[in-house]
Design a protein around this ligand. Structure first.
Ligand SMILES: CC(C)(COP(=O)(O)OP(=O)(O)OC[C@H]1O[C@@H](n2cnc3c(N)ncnc32)[C@H](O)[C@@H]1OP(=O)(O)O)[C@@H](O)C(=O)NCCC(=O)NCCS
Length: 252
């Protein structure tokens, strides 16, 4: 046998073995990430791991939090979500609102949608047991999901919506801390959201107050706000999306 050929063959079989091993490694990583997302989504009460976050009592505001799922929303909860979204977001979206509203209504009830509902504290009840009617009025909610973004498992924040009467009292910051804790606990690589260019108040909140950074994502040429988290599973590989930019003027 020609020595050049045998050398060539052993090189090529070596490189095909390498390729196979690499493919297997990538598949194993993908599988592990899918498992993470599945496991995180299967949990229906993420608040259970963070008892101190069940109540917020600051700046004259006393509220408590409750978990929810998109496929278990009562009709009054659905109505509440729709109303608050309209009040808070219609102006931000302008002429795009009717279309956006349709999308939000569909997203609202997805089985993978996870919620944190914020209720006013009703105070102590006579027998210590809260019924549905004396739960305390809702003052806002967060809708989030676990998903894959640019190959990173993320907690995607679909909505954070507070009624105007409870804004500016630190509740938003508190809820965002909770989101980061839930993301960490479930081994997500980041917390991600998109924000309307016109929503200057929210942009100020995320970038100046929470110090989140902009990341361009290739999908839809949009940019998302990302709070990056340091996590064990990321130690072995680089999962940084490319094209970091500090500008906030080209938001999708
Ligand atoms: C954006 C939102 C969630 C922030 O929650 P919040 O409870 O009002 O914010 P906090 O009180 O925790 O504010 C934290 C800091 O951000 C600042 N901030 C919050 N919202 C702001 C706004 N709209 N404009 C300017 N600054 C704002 C606060 O002044 C505060 O600063 P400080 O720490 O120096 O006092 C809430 O205002 C909201 O629901 N807005 C309407 C819906 C919306 O736009 N959601 C975001 C869609 S992407």
């Amino acid at each position: 046998m020609d020595s050049r050929n045998s050398q060539g063959n052993s090189n090529s079989s070596g490189s095909s073995r390498d390729k196979k091993a690499k493919r297997r490694e990538i598949q194993a990583k993908k599988k592990a990430i899918d498992e993470l997302i599945k496991r995180a989504s299967a949990e229906t009460d993420h608040l259970a791991s963070f008892p101190p976050f069940r109540h917020f009592d600051r700046n004259g505001l006393s509220v408590y939090l409750e978990s929810g799922s998109g496929d278990k929303l009562s009709s009054s909860l659905k109505q509440y979500i729709q109303n608050l979204l309209k009040v808070n977001m219609e102006k931000q979206f302008g002429p795009d609102w009717p279309m956006e509203e349709k999308v939000k209504r569909r997203d609202m009830v997805a089985p993978e949608a996870r919620y944190i509902f914020v209720h006013e504290d009703p105070g102590p009840s006579a027998n210590g047991i809260l019924t549905q009617t004396d739960k305390g009025s809702l003052v806002g909610f967060v809708h989030y999901r676990f998903t894959l973004e640019e190959e990173i498992p993320v907690l995607y924040l679909y909505e954070i919506q507070l009624e105007s009467r409870v804004q500016g009292l630190g509740l938003g910051k508190f809820l965002m801390q909770l989101m980061e804790l839930i993301a960490r606990k479930n081994h997500m690589g980041a917390v991600v959201l998109t924000v309307q260019k016109a929503n200057a108040g929210a942009i100020n909140f995320y970038t100046n107050k929470l110090r989140w950074e902009w990341r361009r994502v290739t999908k839809f040429f949009a940019k998302r706000l990302i709070a990056r988290l340091k996590l064990h599973w990321r130690k072995t590989e680089s999962v940084e999306p490319s094209g970091v930019s500090e500008e906030s003027s080209e938001l999708g």
